[in-house]
Structure formats: structure tokens, C-alpha cells
Design a protein around this ligand. Structure first.
Ligand SMILES: Nc1ncnc2c1ncn2[C@@H]1O[C@H](COP(=O)(O)OP(=O)(O)OP(=O)(O)O)[C@@H](O)[C@H]1O
Ligand SMILES: [Mg+2]
Length: 679
């Protein structure tokens, strides 16, 4: 008699046997060493209650799965199930697909997580078509349960070993190295499709996203993937206002619109399991971003969509052509020109902020400079300023953007960082660079050419109050660099980013004992093999979190991996401290609580403003964790969301009322005024 138990496959014993092949795996599955504790478990489970009667399923319970599989295989006549049984059987397969135990066990027969859903899907089709009545009845009596999973798994294994020898072999080959070559083969679903890729290629403000959105809204089912929460929200609002129901999905929030078939999300949240008619990957040049590039690469290679619209500048066009040749997808290129050319105002502001006018966006690259500029402009001109910078919550940035866009108020100047640089549509007539150098975390460097182009491109958007765009600098010294940047063609990216799935890191980890997760990431970085078109994304911030979490014991490798992707500013010790506390509670299986006083008033000074920003980041991190971990461990998600909204509100009010001087710094760039009048 064939017996299979919970200990069907011991992962470690499989992984260390490097020379395993499919035949040996099959032997392992049927060997008695994995069945020792089964007898006790199945004792008496052959008697089940069906429609009020006790029915014996002895003939089914103890069937040899190999033999059962053979019978299914040879059964050519299609089986018809009773409607209610069929419903239960489908639920059983859904629970099988979702079961962590089944996917873990599948790993041991080298069915990787990316291929697992395909394998289950095919198995379900095969099984339901051919399964004998008594087996179906037995399964129905078990329902979607651990028992039905245990019953089905050995048959599933047999099916996989016979049907997918190539996939198993490929995965097996990858197991013993940090192999990131041929990433297009990681997505068999997408590879089974003939996708059409449309590259909307052109400079800023040329209608790329607009055109892609037309196809998106016509489609029966669509997904928009953007680089920022703010952009995802902009698309969510726009599409819904045009009468197409669209949900929103970001790392921190989920707004489900009833009956919506469309979703606007941030690119990291994209699902490669769901099928779409049209997908948009906005700002596709971000594929070459050293930190986040992997998310665009993964979406491009893995999205299950008939049509994928890429919007971006031409810098990754050549590499997209290459990738499409590898994946076999059809590529259509649509080239765009800017609606109205961007003109450089050679006069500059002559070093004098009193030359700022309505519709200007003054760009600086530090929070301190932004507030100093706001203060100076408001003090020496009649203009009021809105501000946008990265550390502000998206809600506040949006509120500031709306305040600036609205022509019926006194807030007619925007002071912003590079956070305005991507895709946003603002009523900007002229972009004025306060400076063209910035701190890159290490030293002061010139602002990269692509960023200068992106930011300058915010001026003169079609449909705005200023359809003719201008750009200039505060000081004459910076003008030449601005002109140089705008003249330069787009750099061609040679490589795009890649980062392993958890599963790849986990498999790599099995070769080592006694290494910390941080060391493991280091080893992975050093050993990983990549094809010429890819680079491994920078993960310094991930390693920083990993190093901090080493003090937290009891976290699984997967938990560590997931925690490391939490959106935190690793340079902020207070936020890091809270992340550690959250991880600590999580590791002890305790409900993770938010221990934070809620401010009642808007900020009266810079310290209070920083405190509000920090508190919002902590709440935002809590929300992100609640979406990425067991929800019940983060029971205060709703409270966190409402606290975050209140803080974003307070931040908005604080900014509007801020007349204080930000933290002064000795090296503050002096002189906003021609006569050298300080602020
Ligand atoms: N055909 C059109 N009819 C009306 N408005 C349009 C049209 N094309 C574009 N627009 C408007 O012009 C503005 C800029 O377009 P869009 O956002 O598509 O540019 P983009 O090329 O994606 O720019 P970026 O590179 O900055 O993202 C938007 O406000 C958009 O709604
Ligand atoms: Mg765009």
C-alpha cells in the first residue's frame, strides 16, 4: 500500500542532493522513509458522512497515488460532476493553490513558486475532467481542507514529474547557484502568451501617458502601474471621473471600487498572476534605476496582458527591443514630440527672488532650502508658496499640488524638490532651478541630466494655464549647465535592474549555515550570475534593515526578506527604531501595536513639522506591513490609516501657516537677492 504523510518530503534532504533527477524524485516520493507516521493519521478517516449517511471511502483513502494517477491518465471519457460537487471541487483546488504547505512541498520536487500556479491550474483541469466518482465524492466529503490537500498532493506530484520534466530540470539547475540569468523564463504564463508591447516613446509633456490611457479605458480589464503613489492616485481619480470604474492599489492603501475591472497601482504591487487586456507601465525608463529598476523589469517580463503600453523617454528603447526579441513579444513603437518646445529664459532671475512670478516652480534639492525659499519668497514678494518634497505624505503633496493648480487663491508659486519630476500635471509656467547641484548621500554632485530634463519638462503642460513652457535658473552661473542638459540626447541605458524573488534567495541560502541574512545578501550579490542586459539592483538600504533586524530573533527568512522591503528612510533612526519594534512584536506573534502620541495641532516650528513627517512615515510603514504580512498581526491598520490622514491634514495646515525659519546651517547658500539681502 502506498502511503504518504505530512512528512512526504523533507526539504533539506532534497536540496542537499545536488544530483537529483526526476526519476530519483519519484523514488523519493514513494519511499517508505517518508511515510512512517502516516498510519496513525489516517486511522478511521475512511468513514465519512455524506448526505447524512456514513459512507466508507476505504477504497479511495488507501489508493496508491501512482496508480490513481495512471487511472486518471487512461480515463479518456470526460467525467460529469454534480453541480454542487463541482463547486466544492473548485474550492478544494483553490485552497490547494493557496496552501503554504502545498507550495512548500512542491518546492521540494522543484516546482518553483513562479511555476506553481500554472502547474496547479493544469492539474486541476486534468483532475476534474477525469476523476472517478468515488474519488470526487471522497474529496467533496473532505472539502477545502488540509486533508484534501494531503490526499491530492501525491497525485499532483506524479502529474508534475511526468508533465513538467523540463521546468523541473531548469529549476533544479538554478537551485545551487544564485542564477539570475534568463529572467524571462521565470514567467511561464507570460511566455505562453503572444503579447503586444507598445512603446510610447518621447520627451516629457508629449501625450504618452494620455494616449496609453485611452487604450486602458477602452479595455475590458486594465492595470496602470506608476512610479509613485501620487501618480497612481492621479490616474485613479482621472479614470473614475471619466466614468471608468477603477480601483487603487498601493503598498499602503487599497480602494476597491465596486465592479471595477481596472486598477491603478504602484509598480511594486503589480500581480503577474492576474490576466489583463491592457497594462500600462508608466515611466518605463525607470527600468534602469539603480534601486527600483527591478520592479519595472519584473512587470515587463511577467505581466499577463495582451497589450502592454510602455510610456517613457527613449533611454531604454534599445534594451526593450532586445528583451522583446527574447520573449517573442511583438513590439510597436510610437514616437512623440513635445507639444510645445520648452524655451530657456536666458536672462535668469539674476540672483534675485523678487523676480519670481505667478506660475513659477522654484526647484531646490533639500528640505531646508525649500523652506528657506518659501520663507524668502513670501517675505519679499506678494506671492504665497505651496511646497512639494519627498518626505511629505502623498496626500499632502496632492493637497499642495491642488492648491497650486487652483487659480482662485493666492498660492501661485510652487517650491519643490525633484519629487515633482515624474509624470505629474501641474499648472507650471516656468521652472526655475535654485541650484543645479545636490547632495547624493555622499557628496555634492551636479543634478543628473535626465533629472534636469524631467523637472524642466513640468513647465507648460498641455491643457494647463501655461501651455508655453519656460525654464531658467536663479543664478547666471548655472544657466550653461541647464542649457547643456536640455541639449543632450537621452542616454541609452545599457542594462536594466533585476532583483531575486524570495524563493531564489531562499534556495541560495540552503547552501550555508550560520550566516546572517545580511551576509547572505552580500554573498548573493557577489555570486549571482546575470545576463549582459541586467544589473543587480542596489540593496544597501535593504542590507541596513537586515542588519538592524539581526537583533530580532525568531523571524523566518521570508519574514526578514519582506520586512526589508518596508518603505522606510533608513537614515531616520526613529523610524528604524519603530520598524524594529514592529518586527519584535511580530516575531513573538503578538499583535503589533502603534505606540505613538497623536499630535493635536499643526506644527508651530520646524521641529514639530519634522515630528509630523516622521510620525506619518511610521504610520505609513505600519500600513505597508499590514498589507504584506498576516493582517491579524497588524490589528490597528484602520486606526493607522485614520491617524495618517489626520497627520497629513495637519501637515497641510502647518505648511500653509509656516512662517518660521527652518533649521539654519552655517553653509546655507547665501544670497537670494541681488543686493545680498539675506533672509
Ligand atoms: N490628445 C490630447 N488631448 C487633450 N489633452 C491631452 C492630449 N494629449 C495629452 N494631453 C494632456 O497633456 C498633458 C500632458 O500629457 P501626458 O501626461 O500624457 O504627457 P507625457 O508625455 O506622459 O508626459 P511625462 O513624460 O511628463 O509623463 C496632460 O494633462 C494630458 O491630459
Ligand atoms: Mg506621462
Amino acid at each position: 500500500m502506498y502511503r504518504v504523510s505530512m512528512k512526504l518530503v523533507n526539504l533539506d534532504s532534497v536540496q542537499i542532493r545536488k544530483d537529483f533527477n526526476v526519476v530519483q524524485l519519484r523514488h523519493l516520493l514513494s519511499s517508505s522513509e517518508y511515510s512512517s507516521d502516516f498510519d496513525e493519521e489516517v486511522e478511521g478517516c475512511d468513514l465519512k458522512e455524506v448526505e447524512g449517511k456514513k459512507v466508507s471511502f476505504e477504497g479511495v483513502v488507501f489508493r496508491d497515488p501512482v496508480e490513481l494517477y495512471r487511472e486518471l491518465q487512461s480515463n479518456e471519457t470526460r467525467v460529469k460532476h454534480r453541480r454542487e460537487d463541482f463547486g466544492t471541487l473548485v474550492e478544494i483546488f483553490q485552497s490547494f493553490l493557496r496552501s503554504g504547505w502545498v507550495s512548500d512541498q512542491s518546492l521540494a520536487i522543484y516546482i518553483g513558486a513562479s511555476f506553481f500556479p500554472t502547474a496547479v491550474q493544469k492539474f486541476k483541469k486534468f483532475f476534474l475532467k477525469r476523476c472517478p466518482d468515488e474519488v470526487a465524492k471522497y474529496l467533496v466529503s473532505l472539502g477545502p481542507s488540509v486533508e484534501s490537500q494531503h490526499f491530492l498532493f501525491p497525485v499532483f506530484s506524479e502529474f508534475c514529474l511526468e508533465r513538467f520534466p523540463d521546468e523541473i530540470q531548469r529549476f533544479q539547475d538554478n537551485v545551487h547557484s544564485a542564477d539570475l540569468t534568463k529572467p524571462h523564463t521565470w514567467f511561464p504564463f507570460a511566455r505562453a502568451m503572444k503579447r503586444k508591447i507598445v512603446y510610447h516613446c518621447g520627451p516629457t509633456n508629449s501625450g504618452k501617458t494620455h494616449n496609453a490611457l485611452q487604450r486602458f479605458m477602452e479595455a475590458k480589464k486594465g492595470i496602470y502601474c506608476g512610479p509613485l503613489r501620487l501618480l497612481a492616485v492621479e490616474i485613479f481619480d482621472k479614470v473614475n471621473s471619466l466614468g471608468v470604474s477603477c480601483s487603487l492599489l498601493t503598498g499602503q492603501e487599497k480602494k476597491t471600487v465596486p465592479f471595477a475591472n481596472h486598477v491603478a497601482c504602484t509598480v511594486e504591487m503589480v500581480s503577474t498572476y492576474e490576466a489583463y487586456e491592457v497594462a500600462i507601465l508608466d515611466e518605463i525608463q525607470m527600468m534602469a534605476d539603480s534601486f527600483r529598476g527591478y520592479a519595472w523589469t519584473r512587470a515587463l517580463l511577467g505581466l499577463k496582458a495582451d497589450e502592454i503600453h510602455l510610456c517613457g523617454d527613449p533611454s531604454v528603447l534599445e534594451i526593450v527591443r532586445k528583451l522583446c526579441a527574447e520573449t517573442g513579444d511583438e513590439l510597436v513603437e510610437n514616437h512623440y514630440e513635445r507639444f510645445k518646445p520648452l524655451a530657456v529664459e536666458a536672462k535668469t532671475l539674476l540672483g534675485d527672488l523678487r523676480n519670481v512670478r505667478a506660475g513659477d516652480c522654484v526647484v531646490a534639492f533639500s528640505r531646508r532650502e525649500i523652506y528657506e525659499l518659501k520663507l524668502a519668497i513670501e517675505k519679499y514678494t506678494n506671492h504665497r508658496c505651496c511646497v512639494i518634497y519627498g518626505a511629505l505624505p502623498p496626500e499632502t503633496r496632492r493637497q499642495q499640488a491642488n492648491l497650486f493648480n487652483d487659480q482662485d487663491n493666492e498660492f501661485d508659486v510652487l517650491v519643490a524638490s525633484d519629487a515633482v519630476g515624474m509624470g505629474l500635471n501641474l499648472n507650471i509656467g516656468r521652472v526655475v532651478f535654485y541650484t543645479l547641484s545636490k547632495y547624493n548621500g555622499d557628496r555634492i554632485v551636479p543634478v543628473p541630466v535626465t533629472q534636469v530634463k524631467q523637472i524642466a519638462g513640468r513647465a507648460g503642460r498641455r491643457g494647463s494655464c501655461y501651455p508655453e513652457g519656460l525654464t531658467t535658473t536663479l543664478n547666471l552661473d548655472d544657466l550653461n549647465y541647464l542649457i547643456e542638459c536640455l541639449k543632450q540626447p537621452f542616454d541609452e541605458a545599457e542594462k536594466v535592474g533585476l532583483f531575486p524573488f524570495f524563493e531564489q534567495v531562499e534556495i541560495f541560502a540552503r547552501q550555508f549555515s550560520d550566516v546572517t541574512f545580511c551576509q547572505l545578501l552580500d554573498k548573493f550579490g557577489k555570486n549571482c550570475r546575470l545576463d549582459g542586459s541586467y544589473f543587480l539592483c542596489r540593496h544597501d538600504h535593504i542590507k541596513k534593515i537586515a542588519a538592524m533586524l539581526e537583533k530580532v530573533l525568531g523571524l523566518s527568512l521570508q519574514d526578514r526578506f519582506n520586512f526589508c522591503f518596508a518603505p522606510v528612510n533608513v537614515r531616520d533612526p526613529k523610524v528604524m527604531f519603530h520598524l524594529q519594534k514592529f518586527a519584535q512584536s511580530y516575531s513573538q506573534n503578538l499583535p503589533v501595536s502603534i505606540q505613538m502620541g497623536m499630535p493635536k495641532y499643526s506644527a508651530r516650528n520646524n521641529t514639530e513639522l519634522l515630528d509630523l513627517e516622521m510620525k506619518h512615515q511610521i504610520l505609513s510603514m505600519y500600513l505597508w506591513l499590514s498589507f504584506h504580512f498576516k493582517r491579524e498581526t497588524f490589528p490597528y491598520a484602520e486606526k493607522a490609516a485614520s491617524m495618517a490622514t489626520d497627520i497629513a491634514d495637519l501637515l497641510g495646515k502647518s505648511i500653509m501657516n509656516s512662517y518660521w525659519k527652518p533649521r539654519s546651517k552655517a553653509d546655507s547658500k547665501a544670497g537670494y537677492f541681488k543686493e545680498g539681502r539675506g533672509t
